[in-house]
Design a protein around this ligand. Structure first.
Ligand code: 2M8
Length: 442
């Protein structure tokens, strides 16, 4: 961001500016994740963006989800990127090498992202049915028509990524977690040794010119190596476990999946697919337990696991709070909330705003400006608050809302924020940041 301060005066203006950001990023077919850095549709961004859009137009919100669903693979996987025709993002569809593996006419990546969709769809449907009239009718029609597709998506996740009874989903790339370079993945990535591969030129560092805000070149070479490993086996789900150099049980994604199964069950019961609800609830239960079982009794945080070495990954990152999303255990919830509000997290008096950073602000590996290694992510603030509110915790929702709105008043809709100064970092006018601003205001 430039020196030009761009502060917002009041909440009315914040809402207007957020709507302007989404409108400016809207290609008509899709709202890109960001205007410059990310000129395509990202799977979990699209779900948050749809929720934000639904505060303006339910029809436009559902169109966004329809566009994402149109890229669903025959297996049921929803790809993490649906490419627009805008050039300039690397790796592009050619580098992904998904032609032949993806359905005819679909231009997408070949991996997935966290399944927040059912949770946000439920939110959109509830908003639309409360409004009634045409919005309610559209949402109901959409739910009835698309539920089998969302259920296929969940079945794919459960069966190809979580069929081992652990109640945890496996990811084969850090990009699947959505938290690309989080220290969570340093151990697993340290064992990824890139082999012979086509040279590449990054484009992200042309756009975020302060390179310290993005992953390193070494990290990128590992990211690209994993893409190549998948492409070499034609993105065949059955072969990935045999060839991939990165295999991690992602606890945060698993918690999202647990919650999303519950939400999908509720929608299925409401909109003509009730015979599927017991299966969805059973998956919800299975993954809720899987997540709870990862909690380190010493730290109170949930952990990932490196499938290839069997090692637990218990670093103090925001993923440690996965149980806030999914747990049914009150003692665990209470313990996690104590940690969340304590001096290592939102209670750190040095923070610009009492919001959770992507790694603990007292962690020695904290990089307060670098992407998922320290900054505060507005989309995470809203998502965790939404999960707490769903449990009936209006008070914590209100506190996180107040802090988040105060953070956003600086007016750039940053992708992430420096925890101690509140400086916006990464991409400006990031769509999911604008979308959650609208959710906070709704
Ligand atoms: C970031 O990830 C992409 C790769 O998927 C990138 O750095 O190029 C992550 O923050 C991810 O969670 C997010 O969905 C994406 C678009 O906002 O950007």
């Amino acid at each position: 961001p430039g020196e030009a301060a761009y502060p917002i005066r009041d909440l009315g203006e914040l809402g207007q500016r957020a709507r302007d950001v989404l409108a400016a990023n809207d290609l008509g077919t899709m709202v890109t994740a960001a205007p410059n850095l990310y000129p395509h549709m990202w799977s979990w961004d699209a779900a948050f963006v749809a929720a934000g859009l639904s505060t303006m137009s339910v029809a436009r919100a559902l169109q966004e989800l329809d566009y994402l669903l149109a890229a669903q693979w025959n297996s049921g996987m929803i790809p993490h990127i649906v490419f627009s025709d805008v050039p300039g993002y690397f790796p592009d569809v050619e580098r992904w090498g998904t032609r032949g593996a993806s359905p005819e006419g679909v231009q997408s990546s070949g991996i997935c992202q966290p399944p927040v969709h059912a949770t946000l769809l439920r939110r959109i449907v509830e908003r639309a049915t409360a409004a009634g009239g045409e919005d309610g009718r559209l949402a109901e029609e959409f739910a009835r028509r698309t539920l089998p597709r969302w259920i296929d998506w969940h079945a794919w996740l459960r069966n190809t990524r979580g069929g081992d009874g652990s109640g945890l989903l496996t990811i084969y790339h850090g990009w699947e977690s959505g938290m690309d370079n989080s220290p969570r993945f340093d151990g697993p990535y340290s064992r990824v040794r890139p082999g012979e591969m086509e040279p590449f030129v990054r484009t992200d560092t042309l756009k975020v010119t302060d390179h310290s805000q993005r992953p390193s070149d070494e990290e990128y070479s590992r990211y690209l190596w994993l893409v190549q490993q998948m492409a070499d086996v034609g993105f065949d789900d059955a072969r990935l476990p045999k060839v991939m150099a990165f295999q991690v049980k992602d606890v945060f994604m698993s918690a999202i999946f647990a919650a999303a199964n519950e939400d999908l069950a509720v929608l299925a019961e409401q909109f003509g697919h009730s015979e599927e609800a017991p299966q969805l609830r059973q998956w919800s239960q299975e993954f809720r337990q899987g997540v709870d079982a990862t909690v380190d009794q010493g730290t109170g945080l949930a952990r990932d696991r490196d499938v290839l070495t069997g090692e637990w990954i218990g670093l103090p990152t925001i993923a440690g709070f996965a149980p806030l999303i999914s747990t049914g255990s009150q003692p665990l919830l209470d313990r996690q909330l104590g940690i969340f509000e304590g001096p290592d997290w939102t209670g750190d008096p040095r923070l610009a705003f009492p919001l959770p950073a992507s790694t603990s602000t007292t962690y020695e590996g904290l990089k307060p400006r670098q992407y998922w290694r320290g900054p505060v992510w507005p989309v995470m603030n809203w998502f965790l608050a939404h999960c707490l509110r769903r449990r009936g915790d209006e008070e914590r929702y209100r506190q996180l809302r107040e802090a988040s709105l105060a953070q956003l008043m600086e007016g750039h809709f940053g992708e992430y924020y420096e925890p101690f100064t509140g400086e916006p970092l990464g991409s400006m006018d990031q769509s999911w940041t604008a979308a959650v601003a609208l959710e906070w205001l709704a």
